[in-house]
Write a protein that binds this ligand. Structure first.
Ligand code: ADP
Ligand code: MG
Length: 189
């Protein structure tokens, strides 16, 4: 996880010309950080390699530069830390800890199936932060697939109710930056 944190991604290092579907001004507006003060949720949606994690980290870097507190995690790590805290009887403390940062980035929703009970634990955190702290979420799956991702329709519906109420949804339609030199491998949309 350290290597990921040290792999600093910046807005300056993001090539907007590679993602013409992405509105550069929308990202630059997000970089003004008003969404943090309004306790909003920013969703980056798109296929693997389209730049979701890069943009999430870059906005996190802007927030840190502006003196905001930021915590970065993946959904899998977050759920496993909540699950461990629950087993150890310290779930409330863990949730309180995760409510402290002004911006919580939860990366990689949808790549791995969430462990049993994980959606419920994530919901408890989301509910605790609801209208109190900002989040950036990234996912390669559409909202309609969240029942599948979380293995639970009731929990997915409750999560989306909170996470779409004060939300900014940024859909990145473009291809993988990782595969940019292998255009022949990328299927036509
Ligand atoms: P995702 O999280 O959507 O799977 P990433 O943000 O990890 O994709 O991007 C994959 C790699 O490509 C990273 O090294 C990232 O820095 C780089 N990358 C993606 N999009 C761009 C872009 N438009 N300009 C510069 N680098 C990019
Ligand atoms: Mg990613």
């Amino acid at each position: 996880k350290m290597s990921r944190l040290l792999d600093i991604k910046t807005l300056a290092g993001f090539d907007f010309s590679f993602q013409p579907s992405l509105d550069r001004n929308r990202i630059l507006t997000l970089a003004q950080l008003d969404f943090i003060d309004r306790h909003e949720v920013v969703h980056f949606l798109g296929q693997p390699g389209c730049g979701k994690t890069h943009l999430a980290i870059a906005l996190g870097v802007e927030a840190v530069k502006a003196g905001r507190s930021v915590y970065f995690t993946t959904l899998a790590d977050l759920v496993s830390s909540l699950s461990k805290a629950e087993r150890e009887g310290s779930l409330r403390e863990r949730i309180r800890f995760l409510c402290r940062p002004q911006l919580l980035v939860v990366d990689e929703i949808g790549y791995l199936p969430v462990i049993a009970g994980g959606g419920n634990l994530f919901f408890q955190l989301v509910n605790a932060r609801y209208e109190r702290g900002a989040m950036i979420l990234t996912s390669n799956r559409g909202f309609s697939e969240w029942s599948e991702v979380f293995g639970d329709t009731v929990v997915a519906t409750a999560l989306l109710d909170r996470l779409l109420h004060h939300a900014v949804v940024v859909r990145i339609e473009g291809a993988s930056y990782r595969l940019r030199r292998h255009a022949d491998l990328i299927p036509d949309p």
